[in-house]
Design a protein. Sequence first.
Length: 479
Amino acid sequence: MSILPDDGLGDGTGSLQALRVGFYGCLTTRSDALFELTDAVLCQGGPVTSLPVLSLAGAFRRGHGGLYDALSSGRVDADRLRRLLAGRPIKRVRGRIVLAVDVTGWLRPDANCSPGRLYCHVTGHGRGQDQMVPGWAYSFIAALEPGPTSWTQILDAQRLGPDDDAAEVTAIQVRCTVERLVGAGQHRSGDAPIAIVVDAGYDVPRLAFQLRDLPVVVIGRLRSDRVLYRAAPAYAGIGRPQRHGTAFRLSDPSTWDTPETATLTDTDRYGKFTAQAWEGLHPWLKQRSAWIDHDQTLPIIEGTVIRIQSERLPHTGTPEPVWLWTSAGGIDEELLDSLWSAWLRRFDIEHTFRFLKQTLGWTVPQVRDPESADRWTWLVIVAFTQLAAARSLAADLRLPWEAPAAPGRLTPARVRRAFPDLHQALPRLTSVPKPSKPGPGRPAGQRNRRKAPIRDPGKKAKRDKTLAQRKQRLTSTQA
């Protein structure tokens, strides 16, 4: 999704061979099989629909048994791979790095013996059709690109466990990613702060508070029924000082005042696009459960509320206003347009999720252990990164009914279509497989006596809601 034009949309060629060499160095066990399995994903004709079928690809020179052995017993140095991904060239959106954070599910409703499953949110078509399906939830961080494109640059992926606090894990994940980018020289002193864009499922003020010591600006969507508060008035010397000012109700225009900044943009698809910003607004934190580790008085997290409204939609329907909250302050017209346009680019990560699942077969393998799912996830991420690195090298092998692509504007599917030709020119990094014989397997007539336990999905740990509950739990644990 793109509304404002972006300049400097160059085509970064990168170094495909350097990426492949670095990735091979991140494979510590079963490296040859894992590396060739990644090549099989890239060279497979059509979408990946079966894991054993990948063993028949010419890029995979081992048997199907070695494929499953690599996923179950292989090892991927994830930290080294994260540093490799963070060191690759990153494009900017209107002069700043924009990182999109989102969670997607690897649905496994029938895997009753697989541990670590959660209830993943699945959006349904129609009102009230959303479902919660058991599966593995993965939190992705991807750098976005300017212009109308379906490309993103995945920098990190982490599986959420049943006992994890999703907000806390996300904050740590974003912090580590930003520190790797700074360490790799992607962000230097004086550069525009890195924009962290999230959707309404995240507590944006809390995330901004957790990342307040980093050079980042957090931007997220608010529900239209939220209520925020202005700064407290000056202390009059009578009674207890007020901590909150008058209410700012998003659904009540009578509580709004004149915005500090407003812009109007003419677009072809959306008509007039209006953006308004009110600064110095904060939420009233009343519940202690999310702030159970904060022993002091709950903080006042001030930010800026942005309201964006389009004149029309590209198709049918009435456009509704979108409310955003950002930790940035002192917003002028240029910064305002930069912030809301950066947030609109967040939807590009949805195209990446669809391509990973429907084309690269990320959710195809029926593995039992979540560790095997983690290894396969990293292989798919590296495969997608190799496609991005090969954009300037791939030929446009379009089908007869497809329109020619502009130079440097190939989609991920078209680059993957031309990758087998590129793969033949790349040097071999893996060794020739050694001949072997299959193992004896289970003796004939004997049944499996070690049945896997049934594991129910969902949250296991109960969290303290008050400081008194936490103190009581700690006291009983020490006793």
